[in-house]
Design a protein around this ligand. Sequence first.
Ligand code: NAD
Length: 482
Amino acid sequence: MTTDHGYPAVRMYIAGEWCQGGTGRTAPIVNPATEEVIGEVPLATTADLDRALDAAEAGFTVWRNTPVERRTAILYAAADLIGERAAEIGRIMAQEQGKPLREGTNEARRTANTLRWHADDARRAYGRVIPSAPGTVLTVRREPIGPVAAFVPWNFPVGGPNRKISSALSAGCSIVIKASEETPATAMELVRCYADAGLPPGVLNLVFGEPAEVSEHLITSPVTRLIAFTGSVPVGKLLAARAGEVMKPSLMELGGHAPVIVCADADPVRAARRAAQAKWANAGQVCTSPSRFLVHESVVEEFTAEFVGAAEAVVVGDGLAEGTTMGPLANERRLRAMERLTADAVARGAEVRTGGERPDRPGWFFAPTVLADVPPDAEVMSEEPFGPLAPIVPFTGLDEALAVANSLPYGLAAYGFTDSAATAERLSAELQAGILSLNHCGGSVHEAPSGGVKESGYGREGGPEALDAYLITKRVSHLLAP
Ligand code: NAD
């Protein structure tokens, strides 16, 4: 069923059934490229959440006792469906989030591969046998932690929810996930792939609602055993504190403000091209997006000229339009933030080299913007822009660049460009970040861990480490002849 805009009728998925909220309360969904309301998202009541929790409790017993071969087969089948439906998922994403069709379709394809990787890794959740006294068997078992409560934002509407779902299900956990109310149909289509692949009812439950109400209810319920969140630092702190009060572990994937250090010995043109490609992806709404450009004074002009050229080559438009390479901001909050951060930087003496304003058209568009000579006290140097804004700052010595890079309380991604092995080693050792890329600005890969240090959070997603949060470690010592 679709609305007049060709947008799906959004439903929650609880205990194996597609449903609307108990009271029929909904919130509007807006296409960020047109500002038109294209659909409604149902909002859960407490009774809906309780049904989801009961279902997850029952689903956990079923799923943890399902042979790993069978679990893997279902996850592989879901991955195949995500791959087959990638173009349709990409189309829905363009409508509700604004991402260009190709970018969204690729996100769905990558998601299918991530799920396959996690499904395989589920077979390797090994424990160990420890040498012990004769007649005693001392083992360490890895067991699923239990039902998970997960909360994910709107910037990767299929990849984001899937990181939580695929890790939880691979580990043998069940999950209640609250996806973003701003991008609900993509999450719904993702969940549909799991349902159509034969996942037993209750193992995966999808809800929407008032975020604070839903998180309070799910975190404090005795059913849930792990709280997994991706989003902003302030909300992460709130949820982690609440989880701590009820002594539940949490996995926190929060924001950052990624420095890019371009050294004097790096090729500034190559560095600018690679950094620009990452900067404008998803209109800069990526937690690892390069966002503070610290460029050696000897190459800063060459770097900036190439970077501005790349910004001006970006085709800004509706994600569904042919040729668009950057869509609108996903919501009006981000547009206002771009305007505020640009005005503040300019008022403090920065120079707009390109962009700096919204194009003259409806929709929450903002031009790719490059700011030069940004003073250290400009807000954009300490507040993650989470949008298409690139502040460039010249530096003289590497000590100074490292001090600026490490000066914020965040530490998610960092980037460095250098031709010197010694400098690369220094950047690797001294940059305070959970993810460091040298001489490129590539994105996350499912075979390696991603996560932050400092206020950017704790725990890792991706890589074999992804299962750690979802498994408990149990010591069992067995005296054979009591
Ligand atoms: P926000 O802080 O209002 O919300 C972030 C996410 O948390 C949203 O999905 C929201 O629905 C959810 N949320 C808010 N309050 C909640 C609560 N009490 N319980 C559960 N979930 C709750 O920010 P926003 O305006 O949506 O996004 C802007 C900022 O968020 C950005 O500046 C960026 O730092 C951060 N962000 C980070 C990521 C990431 O991947 N780490 C993704 C999206 C947004």
